[in-house]
Structure formats: C-alpha cells, structure tokens
Write a protein that binds this ligand. Structure first.
Ligand code: SAH
Length: 221
C-alpha cells in the first residue's frame, strides 16, 4: 500500500481516504451502528502506531504497540463498541487496557467521559503523547490495575476490557451502574466476548465472537 506511506507526516486527505476504505470494509464485515462507523472514520489510527507501520494502520490487522502488546484490528474495536452501545449512549465509560490510546479516542466520540487505565507506565506515557494533539477533553488516562476497576470514578454506564480475563474481575461488576453494560474477552487460548448487562441487580450474560487478546495481568509496572 505504497500510497499510504507518507500518511503520518504528509497528505491528510490520504489518511481520510484510507479511513473511508476501512469504514466501507467494516460495513461489509457487518458493522451496522452508524455512530460507531462515524467514530472510526474520525480517529486517525495511523497516529497511534509507529511511523514505520503507518502504511498498515488501516488494514484489518492487529499491530504491535511495544511492550509485547497489540492494538486490536479495526473490526474488533468496532464490534466490541457496537455490542457495548446497543444503540444507546455510552455515558461514563471505563476502558481497561488503554495501550496506545487508540480505542480511548474512538470511545471519546461516543461517551460523555472516558476513563482509560493502563498497567504499563511507558505505554501510558505513549498513549498520552498520542492523544495530546487530538485535544480530546473527555478522556482521562490513569496508571492502574484494571482488575480493581477505578473506584474513584465509579459507577460506569459502560465498561470495555481490552485484555482477556480468565474470569470476570468482581470489582468491574460492582462498578457497573444500573442499566450499564460491560464487554470483556474471556478465556485463555480460546477466548470469546462476554457481554454483561445490568438491570437493577440482575446481570444478564450473552456470549459473542471468538477473539484473541493479550492477557489481563495483575499489578502495575
Ligand atoms: N485498547 C488498546 C489496546 C489494548 S492491548 C489500544 O487501543 O491501543 C491490551 C492492554 O491491556 C495492554 O496495553 C496491557 O498492558 C493492558 N493491560 C493488561 N492487563 C491490564 C490490567 N490489569 N490493568 C490495566 N491494563 C492492563
């Protein structure tokens, strides 16, 4: 995809066109939520990966972001947020696993507030640097172990976990507001997306796509 090589420094129109092609592909892959597609169109994904990878930023592939971590492929980002939204506003949103900050930027287009936590300090610094030029006033980043949620900002209307849990961390469940929804990849070698919906004090579970995420780890580094 030689045409996209200069995307980071050069022609902004080129990046916009690359995103439009990505959004068309997401539609073909079955993403229906126009607000999600609009958010994917508006966030410059190439600004979140190393310059040398900018040419593949809009391909349907996960990409390395350093520290043995990866940014999910666009389809998975879109699909998880579509499931999380289910046509309603995201409201106050917690993201566990901020990584390079890309998904937090997509969420910022759909949520009132985004609290994104990350356990690897240099990765959090990178997310901060990536997000700074976008000036998104509703995104807050914090170094924290997402297994514990973020009690000082709870409850959340939406919680999205970007790393695979063996079981759902209990703190995340208790920090979900009534009417709230939570999406998390669950499993080890075989993972599936679990969607949890809280109605009053009843939690309804549904299982979705098979996925492959890096593991949700404990503690901070
Ligand atoms: N959403 C990110 C990609 C996430 S990759 C993006 O858009 O770039 C998964 C991230 O989860 C990694 O950065 C990893 O360090 C982080 N992570 C794993 N376990 C965690 C935990 N317990 N608390 C916070 N972050 C965690």
């Amino acid at each position: 995809m030689a045409a996209a090589v200069n995307m980071r420094t050069g022609d902004a129109g080129q990046a916009v066109r690359a995103r439009a092609r990505m959004v068309e592909r997401l539609r073909a892959q079955g993403i229906r939520d126009e607000r999600v597609l609009g958010a994917m169109q508006s966030v410059p994904r190439h600004m979140f990966v190393d310059e040398g990878l900018a040419y593949s930023a809009y391909d349907d592939t996960p990409l390395p972001i350093g520290f043995q971590q990866t940014i999910s492929q666009p389809f998975i980002v879109a699909r998880m947020i579509e499931l999380l939204r289910a046509g309603r506003e995201l409201g106050r949103t917690l993201e566990v696993g901020a990584g390079c900050g890309y998904q937090a930027a997509v969420l910022s287009q759909l949520a009132t507030e985004v609290y994104a936590v990350e356990r690897i300090r240099p990765l959090l610094d990178r997310a901060r640097a990536n997000l700074r030029p976008l000036r998104l006033p509703n995104v807050r980043l914090k170094l924290a172990d997402g297994n514990l949620g973020l009690p000082e900002a709870a409850p959340f209307d939406s919680i999205i976990v970007a790393a695979a849990a063996i079981g759902l961390p209990p703190a995340l469940k208790t920090q979900l507001a009534p009417g709230g929804r939570l999406i998390v990849p669950v499993g080890g070698a075989d993972q599936r997306l679990l969607l949890l919906e809280r109605q009053g004090n009843v939690f309804r579970e549904s299982w979705h796509e098979a996925v492959r995420f890096v593991p949700l780890l404990a503690g901070i580094e």
